[in-house]
Design a protein around this ligand. Structure first.
Ligand code: AMP
Ligand code: MG
Length: 491
């Protein structure tokens, strides 16, 4: 790997140089060959021993400059002026085979100056969960940070129980967060805030450099990316779980989805995270929370915006309030695909998609239908086979049939046709089902047995298929498991 460390070189004051802890007995649990290919260089030829030495943190690769990044963040609404990488290290950046700059970072590599009370470690289970979810999102075409490797350290990590420790190596378009801007804003350090702005613009929103106000240009860019991202999450029923401002990336990738889960029975109030007792980050709240976070980004960028106070207020408000329209458009476009219509051609098509999809999901909610299957079974329904969908709806079968006829009627009325292969491409069959994720992580963590994990990983990497071998992965959890499911961030 050839490192090119712009963050460490250009953003003095935004990090602490640091070294990873030593792992007593590294053992590779996961290596992402496909992602290694994207990164290029000689990585794919590294022998196992070299991967275990490097991706456990025992041997810092040549050219890397490990640093713990500084950031602040609003967590569950409350502001912490200093969070930072308490158990993560950025090794540096590499330019991949497409010429794209990508961060390579560790998670679970030991204490740092930002650790506060934490041990800086990570357990095998939560790190393998991050692999599964990142690969699933990626396969679904949703921007996400991804795992390159997970190496068990041989250490024991003390949580409620003692657990085997691991280091995850993560690849991201960058680790700049809303909270990175909040860090300098909270200190009143306008010089470094401006430097961070210039850096973020150059890396993620180069067009904003030409804008009359680059800070506003960046804000607009992030609003757009987040609107598209959250709309895609909503389409597949993904619940991030901990959308604090330190877990929202400037690049628009999904990041730090610790206690995340995919929703099973459709219900906007669904929360799986054990720490989210008020339901702040419930499925249906995600767009509102994204907008709230973007208002925090606007606050943080305030000192480096241009113009009078009034002009700044008008500009920032227009962008943050505009998120709603931006999100609604992105969401309607997702619905259009999920209804088998492909890309929406105009406003009236978006409106039709919005109203049909809203009605469909209300029916799913009313009859407690599995979000994934409720959508997927439209594939058979489009061909006039209603058995699969009416089974999903149980007593609500007649409601479902009525809606389907309205859908097909409206489709014809717009001179459209349901594209059944498009319908399959927009409505996955396989998502990482919570009970299967738990089983796989349990076996890996308790017995070191990776068989279930590897099979589930293969399945979530081909979410659109539904061959015989995948049938078990498409089944919803038994009802008693589905409602009782809780996720933990494992920190
Ligand atoms: P998260 O909820 O994972 O996004 O983490 C929030 C903050 O807590 C970040 O600053 C993390 O670096 C820090 N943190 C989480 N777990 C640990 C740990 N085990 N040791 C030290 N810091 C941690
Ligand atoms: Mg975080």
């Amino acid at each position: 790997m050839i490192f090119d460390n712009t963050y460490a070189c250009e953003l003095e004051g935004a990090f602490a140089p640091w070294q990873p802890a030593q792992a007593p007995r590294p053992r590779e649990l996961f290596f992402n060959g496909a992602l290694a290919n994207e990164l290029g260089g000689d990585l794919v030829q590294w022998p196992l021993e070299q991967r275990e030495a490097v991706f456990s943190g025992n041997q810092v690769p040549e050219g890397a400059q490990p640093i713990a990044q500084a950031y602040a963040g609003h967590q569950f609404g409350g502001f912490s002026p200093q969070l930072g990488d308490g158990r993560a290290l950025l090794l540096g950046e590499v330019i991949d085979v497409q010429g794209r700059r990508r961060d390579i970072a560790f998670k679970g590599s030991g204490r740092t100056p930002f650790s506060r009370g934490g041990d800086g470690k990570a357990a095998v289970g939560p790190m393998l969960r991050e692999v599964l979810i990142g690969e699933a999102l990626h396969a679904l075409g949703i921007p996400s940070t991804r795992a390159l490797a997970v190496v068990a350290t041989g250490d024991v990590v003390h949580r409620e129980r003692s657990l085997p420790g691991a280091v995850l190596t993560r690849v991201a378009d960058s680790h700049l967060r809303v909270g990175t801007f909040e860090f300098f804003a909270a200190r009143g350090d306008t010089v470094r805030l401006q430097r961070l702005l210039d850096y973020a613009v150059a890396r993620h929103a180069p067009a904003a450099a030409q804008a009359q106000d680059p800070a506003l240009g960046l804000l607009e860019h992030v609003c757009q990316k987040q609107a598209a991202l959250v709309a895609q999450w909503m389409g597949v029923g993904f619940i991030h779980g901990v959308m604090n401002t330190d877990n929202m990336s400037i690049s628009g990738q999904s990041i730090d989805f610790g206690p995340c889960a995919f929703m099973e029975p459709h219900d906007p109030a669904t929360v799986y995270s054990s720490i989210d007792q008020q339901g702040r980050y419930a499925y249906g709240n995600q767009p509102t929370i994204a907008q709230w976070n973007l208002a925090r980004l606007a606050d943080a960028l305030w000192p480096v915006m241009k113009g009078t106070e009034d002009e700044k207020l008008q500009g920032a408000q227009a962008v943050v309030q505009g998120f709603e329209a931006e999100f609604n458009r992105a969401m309607a476009s997702v619905w259009s695909y999920k209804l088998g219509w492909g890309a929406a051609q105009d406003e009236s098509m978006l409106e039709a998609a919005r109203s049909l999809a809203t009605f469909w999901q209300a029916l799913m909610h009313q009859h407690r239908v599995d979000h994934t299957l409720g959508w997927r079974r439209l594939c058979e329904a489009a061909n006039g086979e209603y058995r699969a969908i009416t089974e999903c709806f149980g007593e609500g079968g007649q409601d479902a049939v009525q809606w389907i006829e309205t859908w097909l009627h409206e489709t014809r009325a717009m001179n459209l046709e349901v594209d059944t292969s498009g319908l399959r491409r927009a409505n996955p069959f396989v998502i990482p089902r919570n009970h299967l994720v738990e089983d796989a992580l349990g076996a890996a963590s308790r017995e070191g047995d990776l068989a279930l994990f590897n099979r589930l990983l293969d399945a979530v990497r081909r979410p659109w298929e539904d061959d015989e071998a995948l049938q078990a992965y498409g089944e919803p959890a038994p009802p008693e498991l589905a409602t009782a499911h809780r996720t933990f961030c494992g920190t």
